[in-house]
Design a protein around this ligand. Structure first.
Ligand SMILES: [Fe+2]
Length: 198
C-alpha cells in the first residue's frame, strides 16, 4: 500500500484531536467535550475504522480510500458543523490535497464521507457502502447507546424514541452486506426491546 505511513499519521492526528478537542462546548452535549470526544473515538471512530478495513479486505475494495473515509467520516463533528456529511466531505478533501494525496483518491474519500449517512446522497460504490455499513455496525456495539444517553441534552423519552429510529434505520437501511447484517442481528433485537417503553 503506497500511502500506508501517511494514512497512519492521519489516523494518529485525528485520534489526538478527539483526545484533546479544540472546541469547548458541543451542541449535542452538556458534558466536557474532552470526555465526550475521547469516548467517541474509542467506541465509535475506532471500531468504524476496524470494520471498514476488514470489509475492504473481504470484498476487495480500495483499501486506502475506505480506511481514510472511515478515519475522516465524522471529522466535521469535531467542530460541531452540520450537515456533518456535507461539511466533512469538503474538509477531508481539502486536508488530503494539502497533504499531497492525489485528486482521484481525495475524490473517493470525499464521496465516501458524503454518502455515509444514507440521507440525501445514498452510497453507490462498494467503498461507499462499506463505510456506511461500518458506521451503522458500530452503533450496535453495546456501549454506544450508553454514550448517547450519558451525553445527550435531550430528555429521556426523546432519547429512547431517537434511539429506536436510529437502530431501525441502521439495521434496515445502512448495512449493505448480508454477513455483516447477521453479525449485529442479535444485538438489533435486544436494542429494540430496550428502547420499547410503550
Ligand atoms: Fe459515524
Amino acid at each position: 500500500m503506497k500511502n500506508m505511513g501517511k494514512i497512519q499519521q492521519i489516523e494518529e492526528e485525528i485520534k489526538n484531536l478527539h483526545y484533546n478537542p479544540l472546541m469547548a462546548k458541543h451542541s449535542f452535549s452538556d458534558a466536557e467535550t474532552k470526555d465526550f470526544f475521547n469516548t467517541f473515538w474509542d467506541i465509535h471512530i475506532k471500531p468504524v475504522i476496524e470494520y471498514s478495513k476488514q470489509m475492504a479486505e473481504k470484498y476487495g475494495a480500495h483499501l486506502e480510500a475506505v480506511w481514510l473515509g472511515a478515519i475522516l467520516h465524522d471529522i466535521a463533528r469535531l467542530s460541531d458543523e452540520e450537515p456533518h456529511d456535507e461539511v466533512g466531505s469538503k474538509k477531508a478533501y481539502q486536508m488530503l490535497i494539502e497533504k499531497g494525496f492525489n485528486r482521484e483518491l481525495a475524490e473517493k474519500v470525499k464521496s465516501i464521507i458524503l454518502t455515509h449517512r444514507c440521507r440525501k446522497y445514498p452510497p453507490e460504490t462498494l467503498e461507499q457502502k462499506i463505510v456506511a455499513s461500518a458506521d451503522a455496525m458500530a452503533h450496535f456495539i453495546p456501549p454506544f447507546y450508553f454514550w448517547v444517553g450519558k451525553y445527550s441534552i435531550k430528555n429521556f423519552v426523546e432519547i429512547l424514541d431517537g434511539n429506536m429510529r436510529k437502530v431501525k434505520k441502521d439495521y434496515n437501511q445502512k448495512i449493505f452486506f448480508k454477513d455483516e447484517k447477521k453479525m449485529v442481528e442479535e444485538q438489533y433485537k435486544m436494542l429494540k426491546n430496550w428502547f420499547n417503553y410503550k
